[in-house]
Design a protein around this ligand. Sequence first.
Ligand SMILES: [Zn+2]
Ligand SMILES: [Zn+2]
Length: 244
Amino acid sequence: MTQQDQATQNRFRPETSRGHYLLEVFGILCFVLLVLLIGVDVYHGAVEFGDLWLAPILAVLAYLAADFLSGLVHFLADNFGSYDTPIIGPNFIEPFREHHIDPKGIVGNDFVDANGNNSLASLPFMLAVWVVVPLETTYYGYLFGIFFLFLCLAAFLTNQFHKWAHMDVPPAFVGWLQAWGVILSRDHHDIHHESPYDTYYCITAGFWNPLLDRTRFFERAERLIRRSVPGTDPRFRSEREENL
Ligand SMILES: [Zn+2]
Ligand SMILES: [Zn+2]
């Protein structure tokens, strides 16, 4: 970490309340526990069904899916709801929007702050998969289990990758991964940080961003949601902000 990054870290010490910080620690511990529980079931599936050669393919698919999901969640948090929306308002909508105002603030987040909210958000889905999906007794349940474990791991790492993309000088191995396009790079992510912040939403690796930008996917999605979901403002967010 450079002196500048260190200075940024001191200047933007997160103002997470002690209660929420403990909740984030709890979220990370539960995340690890559920990974272990799902992992044990998947292990039993592997003993029963084999075909472990499919694991690397499923890992790549899961990574691509996580990148797309990161874009979708980011898009929704940037454009819909408000800081007062129950649960997701203070935990997702506010951090994403404040991040546009203070993009360097994320560099000051420690491991818990960087990854706690993503862990908490993953828990209901992980619990549902562990309880409902026959991970060790059916072949396709077992394959889904492998895919899902990698998906959770990539989701867990997403905000860490996002944080690294905002550092002036990230650790050397991170810079190498960024240069190879394996994880989100600074130059790539800078495109999202240009007003009106309405493209390049994906923040795991950013793989989908050029395609989604070219096809105006999120513009179309925003229009569709504003037309079809009752209660949403019919104007685009960028239009509303222009008139402020
Ligand atoms: Zn954003
Ligand atoms: Zn950012």
